[in-house]
Design a protein around this ligand. Sequence first.
Ligand SMILES: C[S@@+](CC[C@H](N)C(=O)[O-])C[C@H]1O[C@@H](n2cnc3c(N)ncnc32)[C@H](O)[C@@H]1O
Length: 327
Amino acid sequence: MAEISLRREAESKVPWAGHFDLYAEIIPDYDDFKEALKREHPSHLRVNLLKTTPDSLIPRLRKWGGRLTPLPIKGAYSFTGLERPGATLEYFLGHYHLQGLSSMLPPLLLDLAPGQKIIDLCASPGSKTTQIAALTGNRALIVANELKRRRLGILKYHIERLGVLSTLITNYQAQNFPMRLPDGRPLRFDRVLLDAPCTGEGRHREVMREQEMELMQPWRPESSLRMSGYQKQMILRGFDLLSEGGILVYSTCTYSPIENEAVIQHLLDNRETASIEEAGIEGIKTTPGITCWEGKEFAADMKKTIRIYPHYLDSWGFFIAKIRKAC
Ligand SMILES: C[S@@+](CC[C@H](N)C(=O)[O-])C[C@H]1O[C@@H](n2cnc3c(N)ncnc32)[C@H](O)[C@@H]1O
């Protein structure tokens, strides 16, 4: 099937037209932002350094017509020319994973090292779990948690395909993840990733691939508020699961401050050992988190969180916060 026939106009399913005007005051260069939404998301992949190297993969994909261009992150490439990028021999062998550039950023802020105990509280389909495994050389204990049973299969598939070891899959509500082992000992982690379910505004482009369309939900005014309620419960549990001195990274692929800065503020208001750390990433143009929204003031340190916009980084819109638990 030709690649072009897999794309269609997003407006037919998602009533987004004019929606982003809500954020016109907080998104810098707003007209450029709207222009960026008219372009489809480029194709990105992450070379799976657990199984191969760019030097080995690039010539192999060229044989299928693929042309790879490096992105500012190690192992990340944009590509053109692959008609079915999820159906090559190299894909099935686990030599690469299809993952948007902005989705590769949250694990980079976890300050990962071999030997750590790490939990990915909302893990499916496993893009970040498998990236964490690669960044720790398969030498960390990772718990990949996912609530929805129907999404466990795809998580397991990617973990196996990409050669990830030392990973346990669990099936809890993140906000109720157990704080104790069955023998009563406390359960704590050195690193917590909360890549929270969200309204997904950052995934909207006017032209999308079929698979991208399936991920989109129609936007409703009450959606952000409802999501924010869950996200606030999840971040408190994620923080409580953290060891002293540990790091929690919170991310969403949405622009709504209600699901981003307001969630971080809720954590600061309820846990005095939480503090925000700088979340910059070399080579990636980011915008600071905001300190005021609809009359509500946020902590000045909210400027240390980052917002990713498609007119500055041609990928999905994202919000990322790096939180430290004091010793
Ligand atoms: C943004 S996606 C995670 C993407 C994943 N981190 C990745 O990089 O591939 C959010 C995931 O959270 C799951 N989820 C929704 N509610 C949850 C909850 N209460 N507890 C745990 N997971 C939940 C969704 O089913 C979805 O798979």
